[in-house]
Design a binder for this molecule. Structure first.
Ligand code: SF4
Ligand code: SF4
Length: 123
């Protein structure tokens, strides 16, 4: 069951998780061309080894430890993590479209500062 990045990453995107991931499954990295285009980062679900290192590294509690533990308000972003593939413009666009739809439909969450957003996920 892969780990999932959710919306507190939007507006944060500091790549702290990338620096601690032992299998380089979080993208885009700062040295990848997609970094400037993406709204958030994504975990490749087939490559994640469930080590948990990224969770305490994230300053805004954006990462959940499974699809099941991801709150209902964030479920659409599970799919964004799932489809994103580094170096594939079509999948990057698909993931970003999902994120845009999430942002457009969750103005309430987006109005909250990223550091406080996770606390509102369950509401
Ligand atoms: S749980 Fe481990 S392997 Fe999976 S994304 Fe986080 S740091 Fe990488
Ligand atoms: S550490 Fe958290 S906020 Fe930073 S890039 Fe990773 S998921 Fe996004």
């Amino acid at each position: 069951m892969p780990f999932v990045i959710t919306d507190p990453c939007i507006g944060t995107k500091d790549t702290a998780c990338v620096d601690v991931c032992p299998v380089d499954c979080i993208h885009p990295r700062k040295d990848e061309p997609e970094f400037a285009q993406t709204t958030m980062l994504y975990i490749h679900p087939d490559e994640c080894i469930d080590c948990g290192a990224c969770v305490p590294a994230c300053p805004v509690a954006a990462i959940y430890d499974s699809v099941d533990s991801t709150p209902a308000t964030q479920k659409a972003l599970v799919e964004a993590n799932k489809v994103y593939r580094a170096g594939e413009p079509d999948t990057v666009a698909q993931a970003e479209a999902i994120v845009k739809a999430h942002v457009d439909s969750h103005g309430d969450l987006m109005a909250i500062a990223p550091a406080d957003r996770a606390a509102a996920h369950g509401k």
